[in-house]
Structures are given as C-alpha cells and as structure tokens.
Design a binder for this molecule. Structure first.
Ligand code: ADP
Ligand code: X15
Length: 399
C-alpha cells in the first residue's frame, strides 16, 4: 500500500487549498461550542498553510441535515470559535459551492482563511456525487484532507475530491494514523472495548467484527438499550434502534463463538424526562418502567465495567455510557473514565479513547490528559481498529 503525500510535498504559496476538516463539534442549543478539541487539533494545519502563503478554504460537515438547510446545523458559530482559537480572522461563506463560495474565494489574499458552509446542506455530498465533487473542486488548486474522524465516509468532500485535485494528508490526519498505529497495531492483551453513545445504526455493524478482535466488549449508552431490547428486556421510552434487534442478536452469538465476553448493564438510571437534574431512580434491568427512559448505567453496572477495565491491558473506548451532558446522568461515564485514567496513570493500562462526544465526556470528567491517547475519531477509529480500509485515507494513497 503506497504512502500518501503530505504538506511536506507541496509548496502552497498562492494556492487555493481546499482543506477538509472535521468541525462536527458538540454544541449546545444556544450555538455555543461545548468542546473545541476537534477545532484545536486542526489549528496546526490551518496555521501552517496560511503561514506558507496558501489560501485556506475549509470544508466541513455539521450534524446530519441530509440535504436540508436547517439553521441549527450551520457552521457559522464554528467559524467564530475557530477565529477565536486561531486569533486570526476566519471568513465565512453561506454555501460550499456556487456563487457564494466562488465570491468569497475570489476575495481571498494569500494567508487568508475561509470556512464554507456545511457540505451536508447538499444531499449530493453524502452520495459522493461526481458533479458535486467537481463543484467543490472548482474553488481549489489542491486538496488537503485533515479529517481523520470523517475518513470512514466516502463522501464528496472526504473522498471524491481526492480523485480530482492533487491531494495531501494534513498534519492531524498524519498524527492520528501514526498514534493509533503505534498504540494499537499489536495491542497488549487482554484488549477491552467500551462502546456506547447514540449513533447505534452507524456503529452496530462494526461490533460484529470487533467481537472477534477484543477479549471483552462493554456496551453502554443507546447502544446498550438496543441490545437489552434484543435480549427481551423492556426498555420503556429509551433511545434505541429496535429494528436492529436481529443484528444485535447476531453480534451476541458471534461474541459467544469468539470467546468475547459481553458486558451489558445490569442496573440503569431511569427518568421521565431528557433534562438535567430530572427526577430519576435506579432500577434493575428487568424492572424498567414502561414510561421511563434509561439515561445512564447504574452503580452496579459501573462496578462491573471498572472490573473489566481492571482485567484489561489495553482499553479502547468510543461512546459515552449515558447522557453525560445532563447531570447527574454523567455519573457512569465519569466514574468509569476516572477509573481508566487512574489505571493508566499507575502504568497498568494503555487507554485509547475517541469520538467527538467521547472526548467531550473525558474533558468533562477532567481526565482526557491522563488517557494514553485521545483520538478525535469515533466511528473512524472503530473501523480502523477493525482493520477496515478508510475511504478518505485510501483515496489519498491512490494518488
Ligand atoms: N442512554 C442514553 N440515552 C440517550 N442518549 C444517550 C444515552 N447514552 C449516551 N447518549 C448520547 O450519546 C451521544 C454520543 O454518542 P456518539 O455520537 O455515538 O459518540 P461519539 O461522538 O463519541 O462518537 C451523547 O450526546 C450522549 O448524550
Ligand atoms: O462526529 C463524527 O463521528 P463520531 O461521532 O463517530 O466521532 C464525524 O464527524 C462523522 O460524523 P457522521 O457520523 O455524522 O458521519
């Protein structure tokens, strides 16, 4: 497999550089970025291109608007946050193709920085539509992909562009691949994975392969609810994807075959409302009320998770164990994160965690700096761990 070209292989001076970044950051209802890790990680690439006289034209997605121009998915607040962190102006264009984008690009001087509006406001982006890729490419001379955390998506801005323009890996892309390869290419065993979060359908298929690679799999969050439903537990109004029942059962069977221990919650924290400080109670998993929502794992489950962490030499983690943004439903995630951090600090564990919200959860717990490595990637990280080729990375190699 050929290596890809990097910023060391190109003189960006005077060039229009289409820079794909992942700015899909956690944001509250008031448009305030609540965790800026993904922005901070791409600052070196932005600075390097701008300092060498390139015109930095950033492409990014936000949320999953599926082709609709929903204002809640606008990248405008992210442009403002990026400017604040860079301590340099970041211009913003209301569209990533067409007249708005072309005008904003034409107005740029060498070293200027521009962010184009959400690529997913166009449904063609996720279809990797060649005409849409061409429309994006019209604004650039070269393409730099620094969005490792979106490299599992074969979309126009993550994959298609690499087939049209001379393409290069950005510094974050390089650093992520290097760190994951160094830390996890031949992981020390036992290897334990923790998978939680809310993106059930986009991650559940990965688990079928993951259970053949890890010694134990802890399942939490919305993912656990889906498995508990499949195992015939009543989960009330909890977040779950009930149509994935058969998939979940197949994964459980595959885990049994492969000798992978599955750790599901045995008790859960239930509320009637998805809100901070909502009244709540802990129930055994066979007693969840029909009108309740599981928002966190219970303390007995956390004990089991911590004991699985004690058994691990290497831990990989994607997805919070509960709705950690809403106190007190952050307790399971925070307790397990602190435990993993303490084991890491004591030299007993190699811990690698990734994902936009997972990183936010570790920052919230105050332990992100204590993990062996924190990746910006969640789904991409899991796919990489499975040994799957990531389309965004492969397209760079093809050049
Ligand atoms: N039991 C639950 N019910 C509802 N939402 C949950 C639950 N557990 C976790 N979540 C949500 O999952 C989201 C993170 O999931 P995901 O996007 O898959 O993680 P990441 O971004 O780290 O890959 C968080 O916003 C969190 O509130
Ligand atoms: O946030 C992301 O992934 P993650 O939640 O797996 O960390 C990436 O920006 C990809 O987003 P997507 O899963 O909507 O394609």
């Amino acid at each position: 497999m050929s290596a890809f070209r990097t910023l060391d292989d190109v003189n960006v001076k005077g060039k229009r550089v289409l820079l794909r970044v992942d700015l899909n950051v956690p944001m509250d209802d008031n448009g305030v970025v609540t965790d800026a890790t993904r922005i901070e990680r791409v600052l070196p690439t932005i600075q390097e291109i701008a300092d060498h006289g390139g015109k930095v034209i950033m492409l990014a997605h936000f949320g999953r608007p599926k082709g609709k121009r929903d204002p809640k998915d606008s990248l405008k607040p992210v442009a403002e946050e990026t400017a604040k962190l860079l301590k340099r102006p970041v211009a913003f264009a209301d569209d990533c193709i067409g007249e708005f984008a072309a005008k904003a690009v034409a107005a740029m001087k060498n070293g200027d920085i521009l962010l184009l509006e959400n690529t997913r406001y166009h449904a063609e982006e996720e279809k990797n539509d060649p005409e849409f890729s061409k429309a994006l490419a019209a604004n650039g001379d070269i393409y730099v992909n620094d969005a490792f955390s979106a490299a599992h998506r074969a979309h126009s801005s993550t994959e298609g562009l690499a087939h049209i323009l001379p393409s290069y890996a950005g510094r974050t892309m390089q650093a992520e691949l290097q760190a994951l390869t160094r830390g996890l290419e031949a992981p020390q065993r036992p290897l334990v994975a923790v998978v939680g979060g809310a993106k059930v359908s986009s991650k559940i298929d990965l688990l079928e392969n993951l259970v053949t690679k890890v010694d134990a799999l802890v399942i939490g969050g919305g993912m656990a609810n889906t498995f508990l439903f499949a195992a015939d537990f009543a989960i009330g109004r909890s977040l779950a994807e009930k149509d994935l029942r058969e998939t979940a059962l197949r994964i459980l069977a595959k885990a049994r075959e492969s000798g992978c221990a599955i750790i599901l919650p045995i008790d859960v924290v239930v509320s009637q409302e998805f809100a901070a400080n909502a009244p709540h109670r802990t129930y055994s998993i066979d007693a969840v009320p029909a009108d309740g929502m599981i928002l966190d794992v219970g303390s007995q489950s956390v004990d089991r998770i911590n004991s699985a962490i004690n058994d691990a030499a290497t831990l990989v983690w994607n997805g919070p164990l509960g709705a950690f943004e809403l106190a007190p439903f952050d307790k399971g995630t925070v307790t397990a994160a602190k435990h993993a951090a303490a084991r890491t600090k004591a030299g007993k564990l190699i811990s690698v965690a990734g994902g936009g919200d997972t990183v936010a959860a570790l920052n919230h717990a105050g332990v992100a700096g204590e993990f062996s490595y924190v990746s910006t990637a969640g789904g991409a990280f899991l796919e990489w761990l499975e040994g799957k080729a990531l389309p965004g990375v492969e397209a760079l190699r093809a050049k």
